[in-house]
Design a protein around this ligand. Structure first.
Ligand SMILES: C[S@@+](CC[C@H](N)C(=O)[O-])C[C@H]1O[C@@H](n2cnc3c(N)ncnc32)[C@H](O)[C@@H]1O
Length: 220
């Protein structure tokens, strides 16, 4: 049984090891319509804004998401994934990357403020017991009225990797294999609109479900 400490260490190690093959997950033919919808939608979300991105990974969404942003700082714990993000066709006069721990953003950002935040396919990996603190830490980096955009996978029977167990606090775990044959157990949750209503404590929000993804937008 994994404790929450080693779960949080195992997850970034898994993504460092997966960096070169990460984007294969976006090749699934039946997900292409959703992916195209999301890319077009993301572009509009950040127009004219100074954006902080958490857990950027390989930067799959960035050519579209950053297109009209005033500035964009992509952050991740792993240098391996940011090295791939830096190869994307981006306007590097407005887009930059830095290593940062999503659970200690203030340590890296040191008072810099943003008027938008984005995290794609990240929130599903935040343990239930850390959700509130993670959101609080994110909001602390943002100016009043900033827009927060989260998006992630929906659980789709027969398509998603099955959840093989739940821990005592309700986190789900999937068993995943990389092309080198290594096996990894990864914490992956599938939050609902009701869970966000509780977490956001009465703040208005828009939760949208596509076939394979959900999106959440609200202001701080
Ligand atoms: C599922 S990937 C998401 C990548 C990208 N945002 C996307 O939508 O494709 C999760 C990312 O979280 C990063 N990560 C894991 N733990 C982290 C932490 N504590 N702080 C920052 N990034 C972390 C991993 O390196 C990985 O790039």
């Amino acid at each position: 049984m994994q404790t929450s400490d080693n779960v949080e260490q195992a997850m970034p190690r898994y993504y460092a090891q997966r960096a070169a093959e990460y984007e294969r997950v976006f090749d699934k033919p039946h997900r292409q319509a959703d992916i195209a919808t999301l890319k077009a939608w993301l572009r509009g979300q950040f127009a004219g804004r100074h954006v902080l991105e958490v857990a950027t990974g390989t930067g799959f969404w960035l050519p579209e998401a950053t297109a009209d942003a005033a500035s964009w700082l992509g952050t991740d714990l792993n240098a391996e994934v940011l090295a791939i993000a830096r190869l994307k066709p981006l306007d590097f006069t407005r887009v930059g990357f830095e290593l940062a721990n999503a659970y200690a953003l203030g340590d890296t950002l040191r008072g810099r403020r943003f008027d938008a935040a984005f995290a794609g396919l990240w929130f599903s990996h935040v343990p239930m017991s850390r959700r509130e603190a993670w959101l609080r830490g994110l909001h602390a980096q943002l100016s009043r009225g900033a827009r927060v955009v989260l998006m992630d996978n929906r659980y789709v029977d027969g398509d998603s990797t099955p959840v093989t167990r739940f821990d005592a606090e309700g986190n789900g775990f999937q068993r995943r294999q990389l092309s080198d044959g290594s096996e990894h157990e990864v914490l992956k949750n599938f939050p609902t609109a009701d869970e966000f209503a509780a977490l956001l404590g009465g703040r208005p929000f828009e939760f949208r479900e596509l076939g394979y993804f959900w999106t959440l937008v609200y202001e701080v």
